[in-house]
Design a protein around this ligand. Structure first.
Ligand code: CTP
Length: 402
């Protein structure tokens, strides 16, 4: 489930060799619960057949503007009105020119002209065509009018040359589409800062103290905030290195708790809310050795640890008007500790979970949490995907923001 589920997206395919990749886009969108209405230019049908798209989407495919068999005489206008978003992928240089000029010469350009839904364009062409001032001017004009762009990516082109012009990956196009659909969401115009992962406190150049946090919950919060229209800064630790940065999210890396504090404070300067899903180490080695610590024959090593600064408290002390949400991972007396932390840290909300559960918490894709608020209210959620948990937290945040 994402903000794609239940939407209607018009997929406009134009005549680039990358048109074959539109099949994958159509398939992934359909799997995500999108009703995909496909329009193709005549040139696109030279690269991929309407039948392929019809089979993947289970819906009619529109190519002929003057089709006497069409369900309505004005099928293009009907499509344009039904759409929650229009995605043109791949978009050729010619199509960009048509869209910029407002020409309605085929089902794709015509639908874009007739719609008031947000438009996302994923260009694909030779790099010299992409870099041509004519194309650059068309892109600038379309952006100015509110169209969003995904890509093109830089890499190997069909010509054998390498440069900017490759169709963006399906995964990133879907991310961009989610961001585009989110523009009118409940967090539109908001800046949300999310922290994720466990910090690493160095003992010496090769060892560190850390914890089991993988950052999956924080990444899900970042994704869900983007899907609701927010600008998102994700401050993530190296333990999250394996996780892909969600499309459209700004990622900042912080290693130690003090680095995380500095990065979070900097990001909070103009933020509306901070969601602290990171697990900052509460203790750090009192001194980090400059060189690798060697065995000294005594059979043991005593490590002196000192407390790290509390980040939520540092943001509170900064006086910045940021709504703060904390997490509490507990192995016992969950409710009591969570209620005590909301009060002690002066939080708007705390999201508490029992880390002894095997289907929730560290490294899993699901979580079972309770949300406690500053007024003593408690909301106990069932086992949900981390994305769905994130949506529930953000719905609460959106309602609390002034
Ligand atoms: N947190 C923080 N700065 C720290 C440690 C934790 O801002 N140095 C944040 C976490 O990101 C989380 C919340 O505080 O959102 C609660 O973290 P937790 O470790 O459960 O709480 P502590 O304050 O460390 O309390 P305790 O160790 O007693 O459980």
């Amino acid at each position: 489930m994402s903000n794609l589920t239940g939407t209607t997206v018009v997929l406009g395919i134009t005549g680039s060799i990358a048109a074959y990749k539109a099949a994958d886009i159509a398939s992934k969108l359909t799997q995500a619960g999108v009703r995909v209405e496909t329009c193709m230019t005549p040139a696109a049908t030279r690269f991929i057949t309407p039948l392929a798209l019809r089979s993947l989407t289970g819906r009619p495919v529109y190519v002929d503007m003057f089709d006497p068999e069409a369900e309505t005489a004005e099928v293009h206008v009907a499509l344009a009105r039904r759409a929650d978003a229009v995605l043109v992928a791949p978009a050729t240089a010619t199509t960009l020119a048509r869209l910029a000029r407002g020409l309605a010469e085929d089902m794709v350009s015509l639908t874009v002209l007739a719609t008031r839904a947000p438009v996302l364009i994923a260009p694909a062409m030779d790099n010299q065509m992409w870099e041509h001032p004519a194309t650059a001017a068309n892109v600038a004009l379309l952006r100015e009018r509110g169209a969003a762009f995904a890509g093109p990516a830089i890499g190997r082109l069909a010509s054998g040359h390498s440069g900017a012009g490759r169709l963006e990956s399906t995964e990133r196009i879907l991310g961009a589409l989610r961001q585009t659909l989110g523009r009118s969401g409940p967090l539109a115009g908001r800046h949300i800062v999310v922290s994720a992962g466990g910090t690493q406190e160095p003992i010496d150049p090769v060892r560190y103290v850390s914890n089991h946090s993988t950052g999956k919950m924080g990444f899900a919060v970042a994704e869900a905030a983007r899907d609701r229209g927010a600008r998102v800064t994700l401050v993530a630790t190296p333990s999250t290195a394996a996780l892909e940065t969600p499309y459209g999210v700004e990622r900042v890396t912080a290693v130690r708790t003090v680095d995380l504090r500095d990065a979070v404070l900097a990001a909070c300067a103009d933020a509306d809310a901070l969601i602290m899903s990171a697990a900052p180490a509460d203790f750090t080695p009192a001194a980090s050795a400059e060189h690798k610590i060697k065995k000294d024959g005594s059979g043991r090593l005593l490590l002196a640890l000192e407390e790290t600064p509390d980040i939520l408290q540092a943001v509170r002390d900064s006086g910045l008007p940021v709504l703060r949400v904390g997490f509490a991972a507990e192995s016992r007396d969950l409710e009591q500790y969570a209620r005590e932390k909301v009060a002690r840290k002066g939080l708007a909300l705390i999201v508490a979970n029992d880390i002894t559960a095997t289907d929730a918490g560290f490294g899993t894709d699901t979580n079972r949490v309770s949300i406690f608020d500053a007024t003593g209210g408690a909301e106990h959620l069932p086992l949900l995907s981390k994305y769905d948990v994130a949506c529930r937290i953000l719905d609460r945040v959106a309602a609390l923001l002034p």
